[in-house]
Design a protein. Sequence first.
Length: 147
Amino acid sequence: METEGLGGTDITVKVWIVPRPQKRPRAVRTGAGARAYKDPGQARDAANLVAALLESRPERPIEGPVRVGFEACFTLPKSVPKRRRAWMLGGFRHVTKPDVDNLGKFLLDCLQEAQYFRDDRQVTQLWGAKRYVEGAGYWEMTVGPAL
């Protein structure tokens, strides 16, 4: 879905995939030194998110400065007592792992791979938040030219 924003045309996307953070690279020692690689689970999660993002990508990658806003929505744990559910779904923010900066790194890498922009160095404005929702978790994001 596209919406008009202050910086031109913004792309607003809601992807029904559970948010995952960027993990640290894995390393293995070889005879010639060390080799770094991505965790196989993270590579699978990234491929799923990129595939979902391709449906809404712009015709051409955004040129110049880019702004990205996202909200990572996590399923409310079943262990939460009924008396706290409304409070946690209202204004209470998700304050446990994963860290919002690692979620942002993962999302920016996926947006770049889906060709929303050429390089994540173009991102000059980044806003992120985490919260609880009932039902399945999802990503909600807005990408557009920065002012």
